[in-house]
Design a binder for this molecule. Sequence first.
Ligand code: ATP
Ligand code: MG
Length: 197
Amino acid sequence: MNTESGKRQLRTVLRSKRRAIPPKQQTLAAQALVNILSMQPWLQRAKRIALYWPADGELDPRPIAHWAWQHNIACYLPVLHRWHKRKLWFTPFTPETLFSRNRFGIPEPIQHRAAPLSAHHLDVVLMPLVGFDRHGGRLGMGGGFYDTTFAFKRRQNGFTKPRLIGIAHSCQEVEQLPLEPWDIGLDAVVTEEGMIV
Ligand SMILES: Nc1ncnc2c1ncn2[C@@H]1O[C@H](COP(=O)(O)OP(=O)(O)OP(=O)(O)O)[C@@H](O)[C@H]1O
Ligand SMILES: [Mg+2]
């Protein structure tokens, strides 16, 4: 089995596991997540962080935005780049942000007049994922958006901002993900059970 079809099969299995999580458990997981993350010095020190609007059973990081707003940390959400077809930009997310649906049906902030922020300027990125392993491996939805956006980190051996944090339910862990050369590694993963560095 090649890597690509291995990834495809894993996505099917892991996405259905994620979608099967009942709403009550989702709410508890989101609360556990904010409790764990708000204790981290690197998040407390951050000035700009990116999170995501949850879909498809993803662990909801929005309570982190509420915490961040109270601590004067600016929040951003990914938006599709205007002309680069695989790249993400990051637009401000405040309590006043209005949303519309993008071409994938995912709510996306109605963009401000100012150009969105490029990935280099973020301190921490909370990344959604379909699967993760304990070696920093990340399996996404298959678009290559996060891989392309953060490819600059791989060229600099990871010693550069932003810190990439995978956010996932613990049931999304696998022993060893099939990875390809362009897959970007995670600095840590946080689940409802704790942080895995
Ligand atoms: N740095 C890159 N430059 C060009 N193409 C890329 C790059 N990274 C990924 N891609 C392309 O994106 C496609 C999907 O990649 P992959 O299967 O790893 O997606 P993913 O990691 O699950 O998605 P995402 O990054 O959106 O979460 C690949 O077919 C690959 O050709
Ligand atoms: Mg990838």
